[in-house]
Design a protein around this ligand. Structure first.
Ligand code: UD1
Ligand code: UDP
Length: 372
């Protein structure tokens, strides 16, 4: 069928973590693919960290990031700066998930009538405002998408329920689990983990746009109250580079010697920190997919999740952003061994770590003429 040009477009940390394993698999199949990597640079430092770990060097970088960027900034810059690059007319463009990069890139492809493959298609909360703006982004991308790479049966069913054609949906597993296979190492060590040795380690992250401001202050206040009551725990909070998330973390958590706020960890470090942790508190999406494979309980500080598989597996619990609810659920997991045991089984609802290979197999079979 000949070599086809496949362009992967991504721009934030989580997209990079889930697209780089695929980049490397596609690049390994030189007989099938001519691979082009375009990064939007929606994230700068946090994107570079991931590229470095996976050894991926982009062919194009749109460098869109600005401090305190708005959704208008990111959407319009990605859209206009992609146009000349897409004029290379790849046979397929792959985007990932639900970010503004993914939405604007898919829209640019639609305007130029280039076929889009959506990696991590079909996740839904069905509430357009939660998570915001991600639920809109992922639904909008799926209107444009030609090849749907659904991570699970549930995501496939969501797509079928919306009338997407069954013959263009493939259940592949999540490529984030592919990344975990390469990062978690028995022999891993780190000075921060040495510091936490002998204590139960709590890992904390927070960044969601809808949690910025008062909800994030409540989240951190609840965590601090629990920490103060449990002298045998230590916590590490690798804080996202969003200045608003940083301000909330420092306002509520500074001056407490069993809790360290540190710079974002690179993905190799973060996965190993997770593997060494007792439990995780987060509002992140990707962490909800990684934790079940590692058997680590996660209290999800959000009102809705598009990852029901992890809830069904018992690893995730939605606790919202109410201070007292977080306080109660966090305290319970520290004091009640049965509650903890129930949430700490390892399982693989998001796949076996071979999602990228499945996506590559599908792409090797398709041709431009499949576009309807
Ligand atoms: C974005 C995605 C979100 C995803 C998250 C992952 C959208 C609308 N949001 O949200 O879906 O969950 O990434 O982390 O697409 N910053 C830096 N350096 C960096 C990265 C960010 O300084 O490397 C700062 C900048 O001031 C930037 C701000 O963080 O303006 C916010 O970044 P942005 O990508 O707009 O929002 P996120 O909350 O990161
Ligand atoms: N992660 C990381 N370093 C950190 C915190 C998280 O590498 O300091 C990884 C984490 O393992 C997961 C991804 O980043 O793969 C999640 O990204 P984030 O929470 O920023 O975005 P979301 O998944 O919510 O879109």
């Amino acid at each position: 069928m000949g070599r086809r040009k496949v362009m992967l477009i991504f721009g934030t940390r989580p997209e990079a973590i889930k697209m780089c394993p695929l980049v490397n698999i596609l690049k390994g199949r030189t007989e099938d693919f001519d691979v082009v990597v375009t990064v939007t640079g929606q994230h700068r430092e946090m994107l570079q960290q991931v590229l470095d770990v996976f050894g991926v060097v982009p062919d194009h970088d749109l460098k869109v990031m600005r401090t305190d960027q708005t959704l208008f900034d990111v959407t319009s810059d990605v859209l206009t700066r992609l146009k000349p690059i897409l004029e290379e007319r790849p046979s397929a463009v792959l985007v990932h998930g639900d970010t503004t990069t993914s939405f604007a890139a898919a829209l640019a492809c639609f305007y130029l009538q280039i076929s889009v493959g959506h990696v991590e298609a079909g996740l839904r909360t069905h509430d357009i405002n939660s998570p915001w703006p991600e639920e809109f982004n992922r639904q909008a991308v799926d209107i444009i998408t030609h090849w749907y790479f659904a991570p699970t049966e549930i995501s496939r069913q969501n797509l079928l329920d919306e009338g997407k054609p069954a013959g263009r949906i493939w259940v592949t597993g999540n490529t984030g689990v592919d990344a975990l296979r390469t990062t978690v190492r028995e022999s891993y060590s780190n000075p921060e983990l040495e510091w936490a040795k002998g204590s139960r380690l709590i890992l904390i992250t927070a960044h969601r746009r809808e949690n910025l401001g008062e909800p994030m202050h409540r989240m951190f206040r609840a965590i601090r109250r629990v920490m103060e009551e449990h002298p045998d725990i230590k916590a590490i909070c690798p804080i996202h580079m969003n200045p608003k998330a940083r301000a909330a973390a420092h306002a509520e958590l500074d001056g407490f010697d069993r809790l360290r706020i540190i710079e974002p960890l690179d993905v190799l470090d973060f996965h190993n920190f997770m593997a060494h942790s007792y439990l995780v508190l987060t509002d992140s999406g990707g962490i909800q997919e990684e934790a079940p494979s590692l058997g680590k309980p996660v209290l999800v500080m959000r009102d809705a999740t598009e990852r029901p598989e992890g809830v069904a597996a018992g690893t995730l619990k939605l606790v919202g952003t109410d201070e007292d609810v977080i306080y109660r659920e966090f305290s319970r997991l520290l004091s009640d061994p049965d509650a903890y045991a129930e949430m700490s089984h390892a399982s693989n609802p998001y796949g076996d770590g071979h999602a990228s290979e499945r996506i590559a197999d599908v792409l090797a079979e398709i041709s431009d003429s499949t576009r309807e």
